[in-house]
Structure formats: C-alpha cells, structure tokens
Design a protein around this ligand. Structure first.
Ligand code: FAD
Length: 565
C-alpha cells in the first residue's frame, strides 16, 4: 500500500536515523492523542510541546541543515523531507506550518553567499529554533515587484530598514526572519535578516485565527549591518523565487497527509454505520465516492513522489522540475480538496464534530491551493511549458527513484529563475505506452485531440492574453503532465493494473469536464468547439475492476488506522 499508515511505518530508508526521526514524530503525536490534539486546535494553543520535542531530538537541525554546515546526520534530503511533511500534516496543518515557514526562511540563507549567517542558522537550528520568511506585504499579494520594505544606506556603511510585512509565519519567535526589500537609493532587491526580539521590530498581531502565528510586523528604523545582508540585486530576486520553488512543493505533501488521515477516519465511520437496515458503504454512490477519493489520493502521492525524483535529479541542464513542481502545488493540492469533498459527502454531519480530525481537515485543506502562489499563478506558470512539452521533446537519461541519502545541493544553487520557455522535456508518450488499459486508451485519444487542437486551432493572440481562457486550457495540459508522472511511478511502485485503470477513470472524467469548460468560454471559436466536443469522453465501464478496487483496496483499509484517543 502506498498510503501512509503510521502504525505500520514501512517506508524504506538507507539509514536508521531517518527512520527513527519519522517513528519518533509519529510517537510524539500518538502519545499526545487525538483529544489533546483537538483541544489545542480549538483553543489555538501555541505548539510549545511540539517545538520542545523538535528541539530535544534536533529534528529540524538534522533535516534542514545542509551537510556542509551541520554535524554527521545533517543533510537536506528531499526523499525524507517529503515524508516528514506528510506525517506533520497527517496530524495537523499547524505543526506542518511551523516547519514549512522555517524551510522558506532558510531558503534565502542557504542560497545566499553570507557564510557567517549560514553558520549562525545552523547553530540556531541545533538549538531548536524555527525560522521565518518575510516576503509578502499586505497590499501587494503575488506582486512581489511592488515590495515596499526599504533599506536606507547610512554614511557609516550600515542601513536602516523600514516597512511592514504581513502573513509571516513564525514572525513571533524567529531569530532570523529572512526579509525581502528594496534598497531605498538604487531600488535593487535585497534579502536581510531581522530578529523578532529587537526593540525596533514591532510585532503587530497574529493575522489569523489559529494555533499558528502568522505575523503582521513592522520594522521601524531597524538597524541592519552589512553582515546581516543575505543577498542583493538579481541574487536576492532569484533567492525569493527559488525558495518558493523549493517550498511550494511541500504544500502537495501537506494535502496528502491531511487527506490520508481524513480518509481513514471517514472510512472507519462509514463502514460501521447502518441506515435503513443496510451498511452505508453498500450505497452505490458511497462506493463511487470512496473509490474516487482513494484513487485520487493514490494518484496524488504517486505524482508527488515522482516529482521529487525530478527535483533531486535536477541540474542546470535538467530543469524539468520547474514544470512538475507547480503541478504538485496546484494539482495535488486541489485534488486534496476534491478528496475531502467526496469524503465529506459520505460522512456528512460527522465531519462537523469537534472531536474529529476531519473537522480540521475540512478547514485546512482549503489553504494549500491558495498559499505560496494561488492555483491561477501556478497554471499561468505551467502553460509556459506547453509548447515544448508537446512539440519539442528531448532525450534524457532515465531518472530512477531518488532515495539515496544525499544532500540536495542543486536546490540551493538553482541559478537564474528565467528561461522557462526554453526548458525541454522527455517524450510524454513513452509513459502513456507503459500499459495497455482501456481507460488509458481513451485518455490517449483525449491527449491526441488536445495536441491537434493546439496545432490546428491554435489559440489566437487575444485568447493567449485572456487568462480566463488560458487557465481552462492550462487545466487540460496539467492533466497530461499529471497522468505522465503517475504512470511512470505506477510502474516503479508496481501498482496493480486495475488501480491504474481506475485512476484513469477519473482522469477521463476530469479531462471531459475541463474540455466542456473551455468549450463554454465566450471567445472559443467554432473550430475549437468542434475539437473540444470530441474530447468529452466516457470512461470504459468495467464493474469487475471497480468492485475489485472497492473491496481489495478501499474496504481493505477499514479499521486499519485510528488515532490514539
Ligand atoms: C495562513 C497564511 C500563511 C502565509 N505565510 C506566509 C509566509 O510565511 N511568508 C510570506 O511571505 N507569505 C505568506 N503568506 C502569503 C501567501 O503566500 C499569499 O497570500 C499568497 O501568495 C497569495 O497572495 P494573496 O492572497 O495576497 O493573493 P493576491 O496576490 O492578492 O491575488 C488576488 C487574485 O489575483 C490572482 N493573481 C495574482 N497574480 C496573478 C498572476 N500572475 N496570474 C494569474 N492570476 C494572478 C490570484 O490568483 C488571486 O485570485 C501566507 C498567507 C496566509 C493566508
């Protein structure tokens, strides 16, 4: 089974320490228990106990310090960080969030060339500190170009920082808040560190109603020395974008963790409920919803795992991760919402109860598509790759599972965040030919029609400027990329053919839905509408396959996991 089951932890690691970190973390939460977990959530209790546990076991130190700056056992290893992400969100998004914003805060530090600050960060990690990433501002959202935080040079060679940052996680406790701003004189971008405890750092408030602290803070003539500058100019800009490249990938894992826990809880509830003298899980629509939820969840995990392989294998010559990464960000996280929607329709009232994990899941799953770049921002990025993906493939050495215990150096040396339209991909059709399955055949017809649509009914100049049109088209393209990596990994993980075929059942339905959506746009031409109509297809009906997945995959998970009360 590919889903996380904390009581039967079986993920392979080539070193004992990594496995121990995961097991200890699971143990921490299971010991804490569901009641206390929920009580802390309801009362918005700052997670001191968790931070203490992290400190005692030096967990962030080991997982987030690059090999070069830490002691033995320290490395930034995406293989193990994926699972750590998943485990934290499995128990609660707040716990994941403090880890996630630490990752973001550390990005500009490890990416910069300020060695003294790197050593300081490693020391602070060893001492159990968390970090913060001060990029966002209240009035500018995704428009980072408009950053107002400014750094004024003084005659003595130091600077004064002035400005406000908004939505900054851990901004209440971080000794190193990596803060993005502009030089007051030259307008050049700059990253510097600020300390929450300095008297010129005004912590205004927590802008959210939650256990996490998402700070609004103001720097008033905050003194910054040259030693606290992490990077400037183009390097600072690249650090901002490249940090988000690393960080936003984790949001997919948070979605997977949340949806997995919610899945177990929903299944345990529904399989034990009798209505009108029959089991709730005997209703055909309930079976359909569970099979859809399970196949979507499995697909999310297969894709995110495969994307990690490409991230770890990346180099200046292989930047394919720049497509797979935003796909994890927008697709896996929106699929997480879909899984929760399906499960919630089954468990209905139960999903509101204060003592369920589900009640938190239903709230928290919504955040992941919206943070660190919205779905729209990421699709706008994804469509830049479409032409090369379909029409200009290139040979690459095959990329296997990247599970070796190695520091991911390239992630902190990604180079300029530009030239996306030049990145080329391996031929996607190879993955779609890995299996001979009825739903895959239909999905391939949909892809062929999409490719023909792009070549023969190419969106005109106005449509290419119309983000509403492009976003719908981008959803269809994203499904092809999603399908490709799912298939590559299904082979690697030896997923049963029935499961793969059932995954493509929802993929065909989703593709049809997006085709209908694009068909309905005001600017779609008659020729385009003809193609789009042809893309609307029905999955192959196979009740044996469906029942097999339902019984052997979904029902088999009944009572397999329940959190310790
Ligand atoms: C709980 C929480 C925690 C956060 N933590 C941090 C943190 O620690 N550090 C930090 O720096 N930030 C943090 N953020 C900020 C977060 O990353 C931003 O909220 C997010 O990037 C989206 O910005 P926005 O919500 O202001 O939307 P806006 O940027 O205002 O977007 C408005 C609309 O315009 C669309 N849009 C904008 N630009 C484009 C584009 N180029 N193409 C297509 N559509 C576009 C958007 O999709 C959206 O629909 C946090 C936010 C929250 C709520």
């Amino acid at each position: 089974m590919i889903l996380l089951n904390p009581v039967q932890h079986n993920r392979p690691y080539s070193d004992d320490e990594s496995r121990e970190i995961m097991l200890k973390t699971i143990e921490f939460f299971e010991k804490k228990g569901k009641q206390k977990l929920k009580e802390d959530d309801r009362n918005r209790v700052w997670y001191e106990d968790f931070l203490e546990f992290i400190n005692e076991n030096e967990i962030f130190y080991k997982l987030l310090t690059p090999e070069k700056y830490g002691e033995k056992g320290c490395r930034w290893d995406t293989w193990r960080n994926c699972e750590f992400n998943e485990i934290l969100a499995f128990y609660g998004l707040h716990y994941w969030y403090t880890w996630q914003v630490s990752i973001l805060g550390l990005g500009p530090i490890w990416m910069g060339n300020n060695e003294a600050q790197k050593k300081r960060a490693a020391r602070l990690l060893k001492e159990g500190n968390v970090f913060a990433f001060g990029l966002s501002e209240r009035n500018h959202g995704a428009d980072v170009y408009s950053t107002e935080m400014s750094l004024t040079p003084l005659p003595d060679g130091t600077y004064r920082a002035n400005g406000e940052k908004y939505y900054i996680g851990n901004g209440n406790v971080a000794e190193m808040v990596s803060t993005f701003g502009k030089m007051a004189d030259s307008g050049e971008y700059v990253f510097f560190t600020a300390n929450y405890s300095h008297k010129n750092y005004e912590l205004v408030k927590n802008v959210v109603n939650s256990q996490s602290y998402v700070a609004d803070f103001i720097l008033h003539d905050y003194p910054v020395s040259e030693e606290e500058i992490l990077s400037s100019g183009q390097d600072a800009w690249n650090s901002a974008l490249n940090t988000v490249n690393v960080g936003k990938y984790n949001l997919g894992w948070a979605s997977i963790g949340i949806a997995t826990h919610a899945f177990y809880e929903a299944l345990n509830h529904a399989t034990n409920r009798i209505l009108y003298g029959m089991k709730v899980t005997d209703f055909p629509h309930v079976k359909q919803m569970f099979v859809d939820a399970y196949t979507r969840l499995t697909a999310m995990k297969l894709f995110a795992l495969r994307a990690s392989d490409y991230m770890r294998a990346a180099s200046p010559e292989d930047r394919r991760y720049l497509l797979y990464n935003p796909t994890v960000k927008m697709k896996v996280t929106t699929q997480g919402e879909e899984v929760i929607n399906l499960l919630w329709d089954v468990i209905a009232a139960k999903g509101f109860e204060r003592d369920t994990y589900f009640e938190m899941a239903a709230r928290d799953i919504r955040g992941l598509p919206k943070l660190e770049g919205t779905v729209h921002v990421n699709i706008a990025l994804i469509v830049k790759f479409m032409a090369n993906y379909f029409f200009n493939p290139q040979d690459y050495e095959p990329v296997g599972t990247q599970d070796r215990p190695q520091n991911d150096d390239f992630l902190f040396d990604q180079g300029p965040a530009r030239g996306l339209g030049k990145i080329r991909f391996h031929d996607y059709s190879a993955a779609f030919n890995l299996y001979e399955l009825s739903n895959l055949r239909i999905f391939k017809e949909q892809i062929a029609l999409l490719k023909e649509f792009l070549a023969a009914a190419t969106p005109d100049a106005d449509q290419q400027k119309d983000t509403d049109f492009l976003l719908s088209l981008g959803e269809m393209f994203t499904l092809v990329v999603y399908g490709q990596l799912i298939l590559e990994n299904a082979k690697i993980y030896k997923v049963e053919e029935a499961m793969v075929d059932q995954i493509f059942d929802f993929m065909i339905r989703d593709f049809s839905k997006f085709a209908l959506n694009l068909f309905s746009k005001s600017s779609t031409s008659d020729t385009q509408m003809e193609y789009l109509k042809k893309m609307i297809k029905k999955p192959a009906v196979d009740s044996d396959r469906f029942n097999y997945v339902w019984k052997d995959h979904v029902l088999a998970l009944k009572d397999v996991y329940e959190m310790n009360p």
